[in-house]
Write a protein that binds this ligand. Structure first.
Ligand SMILES: [Zn+2]
Length: 128
């Protein structure tokens, strides 16, 4: 018996500052890219032979970062007390997206969230 993983991506543009981290301490921005990877058992495919529609994963991803787009991340609630590093961003997105996904289908579970700060810098959050 196997399972499938499906993934969809979304993006947003945002500014941040990472206090006391070299030049990251200066105000700057990134065009972030995120990818949600979802797992579904092969026994849970629907009548159409699909685990979950890619567009639904994409919508969950877009919803999870909607308030980040064109924002100054340090000012947002999740990052009031902690610097908005790529690591923390990925975890916040994971928590939001897991809730969003659960509301669509209990058969799909969120495996991981990847977040690209730049095309060559990526962080992955995966719960234990
Ligand atoms: Zn940065």
């Amino acid at each position: 018996m196997g399972y499938y993983t499906l993934a969809a991506e979304a993006g947003f543009s945002a500014a941040h500052r990472l206090p006391d981290v070299d030049q990251c301490d200066r105000l700057h921005g990134h065009n972030w890219r995120i990818r949600l990877t979802v797992q579904i058992d092969e026994t849970d495919l629907n009548q159409a032979g699909m685990g979950i529609d890619f567009r639904q994963i994409e919508a969950v991803a877009e919803e999870a970062v909607a308030d980040f787009d064109h924002s100054y991340l340090n000012d947002l609630e999740p990052f009031r007390d902690t610097a908005p590093t790529a690591e923390r961003l990925a975890k916040v997105i994971y928590e939001r997206a897991a809730l969003g996904l659960a509301s669509i289908t209990p058969a799909a579970s969120l495996v991981e969230v990847e977040a690209w700060e730049m095309s060559n810098y990526r962080v992955t959050y995966r719960p234990v």
